[in-house]
Design a protein around this ligand. Structure first.
Ligand code: SAM
Ligand code: SF4
Length: 421
C-alpha cells in the first residue's frame, strides 16, 4: 500500500482542489494518511494571498527538508498559488521539492503517482465521507483588484459546462452528499465564457432539480456581478440557501477606486437592501481589508461605520499585505504602520462580535434546520441554511441528516440547542 498526505491552507477553492487530487490518488489505489512520516507522496497546497499565509507555507517547506533527506524516495510536491509560471526561482529556493504544480493543475503528479502505484494496489472508487462538498464551477479571476495576487496565479476565468457540473453533483449525491457549495473567486460571473452563456441563476435552477440534494450554496460573489435574476433565483429556488457572501473590502469610495473594485459605497448599500428585501432572513457575509495604502483614520472610520450600519452575519477582516507583482504593491507605498493596521483590525473584530451576538440572540427559542456534519467533543454539530454553526446533544447517529433544533443558547460564533421532537 502507498500513502499520500495533503496539507492545505487558504481559500475554499484550494480545499476543493485538494479534494479533487485526493479522488485521483484514491482511484490509483493510494490511501490518505494524516501521518506525514508514513506518506510516500506529500503535497503542500499553498496560499500566498497574504504574507502570513506565505510564511506558513515556507515554514512547512523548511520542515520537509529533514524528512526528504532521511527518506529521499518520498515525492514532495508544492501546489497552489505559491507556484507561478516561472518556477526557476522556486526550484532554486526549495531544491528538495520534486514537483511544482500550478493551482488546480495536478496532471504531472498524477502521472508520476501512476508509475509508482504498487502493481497489486486495488483500484478503489472514492466514497465522499462528509454530507457537504465543494464544487468548483468557475476557475480563475478576471478582476485584477489592485491588491490581489489571485488572477496572476489562477489565470483568467474558465467556467465548467452546466452538464459537467450536474454530473459531478449527481455523483456526489449518490455518495451521500446532501449539500454542495459552488465555488468561484467570482462565482456570479459564471458562464460568460461558455458558448450558450448560461449564468449562475440558470445553473442553480438546473441543480435545484437533482433528487436527493438538499441544499445549494455558492461563493464568492462579486458585488458588481450580482444580478437581479440571481437574487430572484436565490429567493425562489427551495434548495438554494439564504446565505450570500458579498465582499465589500472598504467603505470609502476613494479606497474602493484605488482597489479597482468597480462599485461605489452607494451601489453596495442599495444592493444589500435589494437582497434583504427579496430574500427573507438572508444571512450576509463580507470581507474587508484594513490599512490599504493611504487609508486615513477617516476613511477607516467610514468602513467601520458602514459595517456597523449594514450588520453582516460574518465579517472576514484582513490587514493589507503587499503582494509583489500586484498593481497596488507597485504603485502605492504600504504606509499604514502595522501597529495601526492591527488596531483597525481589532476594532472591526470587536464590532463584529457585538453585531453577530445581537443577530444570533434573535434566534433564541427558534427552531432551525441543521444538516449534521459530524461530532466534536461528544456533541453533534452542523449548519443552518444561513450557515450558522449549531451544536446539540443526545441523539442517535444522525450524520448527514437534516434535524430540527430548538436554539437554547447563543454566542457570536455558534449556537447550542436541543433536538425538537
Ligand atoms: N474574490 C473574492 C472577492 O472579490 O473579494 C475573494 C477572494 S480573495 C482571494 C479572499 C480575500 O483575501 C479577499 O476578500 C480579501 O479580503 C483578502 N485579500 C486578498 N488580497 C489581499 C491582500 N493583498 N492583503 C490583505 N487581504 C487580501
Ligand atoms: Fe482577487 Fe478581486 Fe479576483 Fe477576488 S475579485 S479573487 S479579490 S482579484
Amino acid at each position: 500500500m502507498s500513502y499520500y498526505h495533503i496539507w492545505t491552507i487558504g481559500c475554499q477553492m484550494n480545499k476543493a482542489d485538494s479534494e479533487r487530487l485526493a479522488t485521483s490518488l484514491d482511484k490509483l489505489g493510494y490511501k490518505a494518511t494524516p501521518d506525514i512520516d508514513r506518506a510516500d507522496l506529500i503535497v503542500l497546497n499553498s496560499c500566498v494571498v497574504r504574507q502570513s499565509a506565505e510564511n506558513r507555507v515556507v515554514a512547512r517547506l523548511d520542515l520537509m527538508k529533514a524528512l526528504k533527506k532521511s527518506s529521499p524516495d518520498i515525492v514532495l510536491a508544492l501546489a497552489g498559488c505559491m507556484v507561478d509560471s516561472y518556477t526557476t526561482g522556486l526550484k532554486r529556493r526549495f531544491p528538495h521539492v520534486d514537483v511544482f504544480l500550478k493551482p488546480g493543475e495536478f496532471t504531472e503528479l498524477v502521472e508520476l503517482a501512476k508509475t509508482r502505484a504498487p502493481k497489486a494496489a486495488r483500484k478503489t472508487s472514492r466514497i465522499h465521507t462528509s454530507p457537504t462538498a465543494f464544487v468548483a464551477i468557475i476557475e480563475g479571476c478576471d478582476n485584477f483588484c489592485s491588491y490581489c495576487i489571485v488572477p496572476y496565479r489562477r489565470g483568467r476565468e474558465r467556467s465548467h459546462p452546466v452538464a459537467e457540473i450536474r454530473q459531478q453533483v449527481e455523483t456526489l449525491v449518490e455518495q451521500g452528499v446532501k449539500e454542495v457549495t459552488l465555488l468561484g473567486q467570482n462565482v456570479d460571473s459564471y458562464g460568460h465564457d461558455l458558448p450558450e452563456k448560461p449564468d449562475l441563476a440558470d445553473l442553480l435552477k438546473e441543480l435545484n432539480s437533482i433528487k436527493g440534494l438538499a441544499r445549494i450554496r455558492f461563493l464568492t460573489s462579486h458585488p458588481k456581478d450580482m444580478s437581479r435574476k440571481l437574487i430572484e433565483a436565490v429567493a425562489s429556488l427551495d434548495k438554494v440557501c439564504e446565505h450570500i457572501s458579498l465582499p465589500i473590502q472598504a467603505g470609502d469610495d476613494e479606497i474602493l477606486r484605488a482597489m479597482g473594485r468597480g462599485y461605489s459605497v452607494e451601489y453596495f448599500r442599495e444592493l444589500v437592501q435589494r437582497i434583504r428585501r427579496a430574500i427573507t432572513s438572508v444571512a450576509l457575509a463580507t470581507d474587508a481589508i484594513v490599512g490599504f495604502p493611504g487609508e486615513t483614520a477617516d476613511q477607516f472610520q467610514r468602513t467601520f461605520d458602514l459595517l456597523a450600519d449594514l450588520k453582516f452575519d460574518t465579517v472576514h477582516v484582513a490587514a493589507y499585505s503587499p503582494r509583489t507583482g500586484t498593481s497596488a504593491a507597485t504603485k502605492f507605498k504600504d504606509d499604514v504602520p502595522s501597529s495601526e493596521k492591527k488596531r483597525r483590525l481589532q476594532k472591526v473584530e470587536e464590532l463584529q462580535s457585538f453585531v453577530a451576538s445581537e443577530i444570533n440572540t434573535r434566534l433564541l427559542g427558534q427552531t432551525v434546520e441543521v444538516l449534521v456534519e459530524g461530532k466534536k467533543k461528544g456533541k453533534w454539530f452542523g449548519r443552518t441554511r444561513t450557515d450558522k454553526l449549531v451544536f446539540f446533544e443526545g441523539y442517535g447517529d444522525c450524520l448527514g441528516q437534516l434535524v430540527n433544533i430548538e436554539i437554547k443558547k447563543t454566542s457570536p460564533w455558534s449556537l447550542q440547542g436541543l433536538v425538537k421532537a
